[in-house]
Design a protein around this ligand. Sequence first.
Ligand SMILES: [Ca+2]
Ligand SMILES: [Ca+2]
Ligand SMILES: [Ca+2]
Length: 427
Amino acid sequence: MKPRFRLGWTVLVALLAWQPISAAEYYVHPEGNDAHPGTLAQPFASVTRAQEAVAPGDTVWIRGGTYVFSGTTIAIGILLNKSGQEGKRINYWAYRDETPVFDFHQLATPVRIRGISVKGDWLHLRGLEVRGVQQILTNTNESWGIRVEGGSHNIFERLNLHHNEGPGFFIADGGHNLVLNCDSHHNYDPDKGGENADGFGGHARQEGNVFRGCRAWANSDDGYDLIHARGAHRIEHCWAWSNGFVPDTTQRAGNGGGFKMGGWLLNPARFPGHIAVHVITHSLAFNNRAEGFNANYHPGMLRFYNNTAFNNPRQFDLKVAPRLTKPVTHVLRNNVALGDAPPLSGHERNPPDDQFNSWNLENFTVTADDFVSTDPMGADGPRPPDGSLPDIPFMRPKPGSRLVNAGISVELPFKGSAPDLGAFEVK
Ligand SMILES: [Ca+2]
Ligand SMILES: [Ca+2]
Ligand SMILES: [Ca+2]
């Protein structure tokens, strides 16, 4: 062989070795077929079939339309139990601007049903709608729209969870999940009088679950509920309203808290040195049936920074457990409470560390006149294309209000000379 020829092969082999293995893409369509190869032209019919095909780093594009689940045998509509890896998520994404709807109304298995169960790690779900999960057994507890039961490091983005007979979204087990720009609304569990259908539940023993940019409204129980959570959770830039009623009525249903921040029956003696410090920032609670922000007997020290409570019967409710022997000092900074109810309730036995809130300013009483608008019109409106919260004037301070630059740094970004009070930073 001539040397030149050998060199050519060496270069070619080297080039082939350097060729990056590109991530695969698969497609799912309501009228697809699981015997297909999963291409755009010949898509799968089910996410479950796509999961069999994927490897870490791959993307499943889910076409718009309605995916109907029915029958009486399966307890879980879709079980996501294959994991991606750090830097190589498996993506389950809505295709372009299409809306895949997973409809569980006809799934009638006599168990507590999960629309989607997530046990895998490093997944990213985006742009999916989950509706209609039913309670089939009478006098049973709730079902769930999406239930995370062991999955960690996942991203749940732009999900729309509604009309489920139980919580729209529920983290039972798993940490470091990000729930980003999701909506959960009109969830109602009639067989328990609406007692358990929260918009979002964070109940894990693991740390690091975050709810950011989410909206919860017209859920029969609470907007967000961290009851029994042993791992620290964060809630940032979230809204909660009209929770605690039979949806779209004024009929009393479940507990009716906007943000239920942990607590109830968590015995600190059982978790020495490990009572979660949950943090809620830049969040807005209004027109909930019972409380805007509810400490719910949490035995650890909660942090309430830059939140706005408007027209809740109890605005910031800091009630503590009767058996509590050591004081719990919840910290409140830069919050606003506007409405007929006093800003704080349930705090008499356990005074908080509250400073730089609207009720702490000297010679000042916050009024509706401090805000551009107190009309929530548009709060449930469409989100911008990037999935962020709708840009409405509701509860934004007027530029000349005393609320502007009246706060103190809580090590979060702000504009101007100091943080503004409340959920929105104006200047
Ligand atoms: Ca309840
Ligand atoms: Ca609840
Ligand atoms: Ca400012």
